[in-house]
Design a protein around this ligand. Structure first.
Ligand SMILES: Cc1cc2nc3c(=O)[nH]c(=O)nc-3n(C[C@H](O)[C@H](O)[C@H](O)COP(=O)(O)O)c2cc1C
Length: 406
């Protein structure tokens, strides 16, 4: 989504300038055209040459130096798809709140209509000062997005709020802002991810190999395209994308409760989680001790979430339901059967042996009218193709019933 996007990266005088270098690198690697504008004080912390080497574009820091010849200086810089100041000093924040334009960065931003993100950074008392608070209120009221500083150890050695978030987090905020008017704007998308864990005793559980990568990639893609995303995830080490409202669950029963509670408010449900079909009938209160050569565990069926939603389909006629079928045999036949039984609008069939836990996947998309097999792709790209089909279904198909269910 960042390919060929023009991003203006404003950098102020702060120890955290080094994080702006990494942000410039992440943006450039993602295909963005990054124009770095430094305040004169910022150049005392990091040299322009560092940014220039990373972005392969001219780095500017002098209002007058660039006001010559064919270079329109701050006027052309202002025509970005998005502007972000990271780190933003309290000094520059004060200037922006009051409309100053005394250096290249403030002059450029005063003349820019691009969406603006500001990441205040610095000493905790400077951040908490009533003057800073008032300036940030003013900027928020103008529709500018303020990325809250994080709490932790500050350069001063004190603990407090003032740290610039990590570059990957800043990138998440940029994606969120760029996607705001995408083709899922105004839609609420509910996505489940990762596997569930069904406890056997206080230390053991029955689980599966699902990593959550597909569900998290779908959440990022839906956010990139402007959706409001609720991500209901089983345990995983993955970090949820910035902007997703994340609900953490552990068991299939918790997953069912969370999905059934959120589904009535959603426009789209994508069930990418690997939910256990069976759980231990009872959970031993104490750790099961090693004993006989064989141990028998009785299992009970868990709630069939998509089945329960199919029964309530008439109550949620607006909800587009997308399921996943991870199979080790008869992939397409099993997926087509699930599409029909669960009254889904779309099913994603994938080979469990190669897709689960991997960074890539090879899927077939099946709906009432057609089937499409995609090549092996990174899950981020597969997610894009799945969302393309969902957007097409949202735009073209009246919902409430599915041809397959009749
Ligand atoms: C070592 C050092 C670190 C600084 N870090 C910050 C900071 O994180 N945030 C901040 O608002 N000011 C910080 N300052 C003060 C600013 O650099 C100073 O207010 C400067 O005028 C900001 O100019 P600018 O807004 O044009 O970049 C720091 C100063 C020094 C000497």
């Amino acid at each position: 989504m960042l390919e060929s996007k023009r991003i203006l990266l404003g950098v102020c005088g702060s120890i955290a300038c080094y994080k702006a270098v990494e942000l410039a690198s992440l943006l450039t690697k993602a295909g963005a055209l990054v124009d770095v504008v430094m305040t004169p004080d910022a150049t005392r912390f990091v040299g322009p040459i560092t940014f220039q080497s990373i972005t392969h574009r001219k780095v500017r820091h002098d209002l007058y130096e660039h006001w010559q010849g064919d270079d329109l200086g701050h006027v052309s810089l202002a025509e970005a798809d998005l502007a972000i100041i990271a780190p933003a000093s309290f000094n520059t924040i004060a200037k922006l709140a009051h409309g100053f334009s005394d250096n290249l960065l403030t002059a450029t931003l005063l003349g820019s209509t691009a969406p603006l993100l500001i990441a205040p950074t610095g000493d905790r008392h400077m951040y908490a000062h009533p003057a800073t608070t008032a300036n940030l209120v003013t900027l928020r009221e103008r529709g500018i997005t303020i990325i809250e500083p994080e709490s932790g150890r500050l350069a001063s050695g004190h603990e407090g709020q003032g740290r610039l978030p990590e570059p990957a987090t800043l990138l998440g905020h940029i994606r969120l802002a760029l996607g705001r008017n995408g083709d899922l704007a105004g839609k609420r998308v509910l996505i489940t991810a990762a596997g569930t864990k069904e406890p056997l005793d206080p230390v053991r559980y029955i689980g599966n190999r699902s990593s959550g990568k597909m569900g998290f990639a779908l959440a990022q893609e839906a956010l990139d395209r402007g959706a409001s995303v609720t991500l209901i995830s089983g345990p995983t080490a993955l970090k949820p994308p910035i902007g997703a409202e994340t609900v953490w669950v552990s068991t299939a029963a918790e997953m069912a409760d969370a999905v059934l509670a959120a589904a009535p408010q959603a426009d789209v449900l994508i069930m990418a989680a690997a939910v256990a079909d069976y759980r231990p009938l009872t959970m031993s209160e104490q750790k099961i001790k090693k004993g006989e050569a064989q141990l028998t565990i009785h299992l009970a069926r868990t709630t069939d979430i998509l089945g329960a939603l199919a029964e309530r389909a008439a109550d949620m006629p607006h909800l587009l339901r997308v399921g996943f079928a991870a199979e080790t045999e008869n992939l397409l036949a099993n997926a087509a059967d699930k599409l029909h039984r669960k009254q889904l609008h779309l099913i994603v069939a994938n080979d469990a042996a190669t897709s689960i836990g991997s960074d890539d996947s090879s899927i077939t998309l099946l709906d009432a009218s057609r089937s499409e097999t995609l090549p092996i792709l990174p899950k981020a790209e597969t997610a894009g193709r799945i969302i393309d089909r969902i957007v097409a279904l949202l735009q073209g198909t009246p919902r409430g019933s599915n041809d397959n269910s009749t």
